[in-house]
Structures are given as structure tokens and as C-alpha cells.
Write a protein that binds this ligand. Structure first.
Ligand code: ZN
Length: 257
């Protein structure tokens, strides 16, 4: 079975008006006898070494990004005893700055994402930063599939790993934003990316974060629809599916560090 390591590849001081003082960039390292795969890559060495040149002061200030080389995926992988070359695949929820920063540290990896997200990047959507892709990622755009998963469309990601891995379209935050589902002992872990920034958004709109999430959505109506689907999964399939998002610190194992 493919083993899942939870890794934090970027710490934020929290979102504007955020009652919670800290947010993270929750990524996954999938360890399989056939290789390693990352689910999102947070911030990488380029951002840590030249943050202002790479992503600009405005974004750094908005999200309160704290750069720390020890949190990059490449350094954490080395600490676990692997080599960066062992990473054969990356699966990307979407192409925002805090999800693809480390890609340049793994130029050999095939990078899987939805074809809608890939098309938006290729069209030059203003939210994406070309600097993060100058190394020429080996894109593997995944198209629509007839496969269904708990009532949602699912796109199998063919890594040749022991556990099945699916891209689950949860569009709206960006045009091609997806969750990533990984099979584990008859259950599933679903990483929902930025479907919400904070778990409180799934309870009610009366919270300080939803206006920000709405503002950053490529299609807010679609984002709300995706959020409703995630709430339905949590309500009806809580025993079969474990959920985590990118930035909600309380969903990270042993988060109280
Ligand atoms: Zn994000």
C-alpha cells in the first residue's frame, strides 16, 4: 500500500481578519515501492532564497508568508532519507503560488493536474506566476472521465502506485481546481486543496474568511457548489473518507506544535 506522509511546506501568519494566528501549506508525500509522489509542493528553494523576486512583496504581505528552508518539500524528503530524484510525480490541486513553489526542485517529475487548470495556466491567467514554471514542468493534463467517486466525477491518475489515486474536480477556487483522493486500507484520504481556506467556512458564511475566499475565486458560484459537495461527503461518508485542506492547521497531524 502507498504510504502517506503529511508535510507542511509553508507557514503563513494567517489570512487577513483571521482569528487563527497561523496557517500552513499542507502537502502530502506518497511513498510507494515504485517511487515517490508529492501532492502540491508549497514553497520551494527558489521562493525561500529570493522571495520578493519570485512572488512579490504584495502577496507576501497579504498572506503573511514566513519562509523557512527546512519546510521546503526537498529538504523534508532528504530528512526522511530519500533523494529528490526519487520523486517521479507531482499531483497539483491548482497552480497558485503557494501550491507549486517547489516544482522547480523536482524537474524530473511528471506534473499531473486537470486539463482545465493546465489550459488556464497556458492562457496566461494573471493569478499565476510564470517565474515558477521557467524550468519547464513535464505537464500531464488529465481530462474528463466517466469514473464516479461518491457521486463526483473522478479522474484516475496513472502513477503505477499500489494505491489508487484520483483527481476529483472541485472547480471554482480556480477554473480547474481539483481535490486529490488516495486509497488507504479500504478508506480514502481526500485532500481538498483550497475548496475552503478555513474549516469554519464549511459551517456558515458568517465568518471573517469567506469574503476573502470569494474574492480569490475564479468562479465563486462554482466554488460554493464544490464546498457543498465536500460538506455532503463529510456528512454522509465520514467513516469512509478523511478530509484535509491546504491551509487549515487543525487538520494537520500533531498540529499543536
Ligand atoms: Zn492556497
Amino acid at each position: 500500500m502507498t504510504r502517506i506522509h503529511h508535510i507542511n511546506c509553508g507557514t503563513l501568519r494567517g489570512f487577513p481578519n483571521d482569528p487563527n494566528p497561523k496557517a500552513i501549506c499542507h502537502c502530502l508525500l506518497l511513498e510507494d515501492k515504485n517511487g515517490l509522489a508529492l501532492v502540491d509542493t508549497g514553497f520551494g528553494l527558489a521562493e525561500v532564497k529570493n522571495p520578493v523576486e519570485q512572488i512579490g512583496q504584495q502577496l507576501i504581505d497579504t498572506f503573511g508568508i514566513i519562509f523557512n528552508e527546512a519546510e521546503t518539500a526537498v529538504r523534508q524528503i532528504e530528512k526522511l532519507g530519500f533523494r529528490s530524484q526519487d520523486v517521479t510525480h507531482a499531483i497539483i490541486t491548482h497552480c497558485d503560488v503557494d501550491h507549486v513553489g517547489g516544482l522547480a526542485d523536482f524537474p524530473q517529475a511528471e506534473v499531473h493536474l486537470s486539463e482545465e487548470e493546465h489550459a488556464s495556466l497556458m492562457r496566461g491567467h494573471h493569478r499565476y506566476l510564470p517565474m515558477q514554471f521557467v524550468h519547464g514542468p513535464k505537464w500531464k493534463a488529465t481530462s474528463k472521465s466517466p469514473r464516479r467517486w461518491f457521486g463526483l466525477e473522478a479522474r484516475p491518475v496513472a502513477l503505477g502506485f499500489e494505491s489508487e489515486i484520483l483527481l476529483i474536480p472541485l472547480f471554482g477556487h480556480t477554473f480547474g481546481h481539483c481535490g486529490v483522493a488516495i486509497q488507504q486500507n479500504g478508506k480514502w484520504l481526500l485532500h481538498i486543496g483550497d475548496t475552503y481556506y478555513r474549516k469554519i467556512e464549511a459551517i456558515s458564511d458568517d465568518n471573517p474568511i469567506t469574503p476573502l475566499t470569494s474574492r480569490f475565486a475564479d468562479d465563486d458560484a462554482q466554488r460554493r457548489n464544490s464546498l457543498e459537495e465536500v460538506k455532503r461527503l463529510a456528512r454522509n461518508h465520514g467513516n469512509e473518507i478523511e478530509l484535509c485542506s491546504t491551509h487549515e492547521i487543525t487538520e494537520f497531524p500533531n498540529w499543536n506544535l
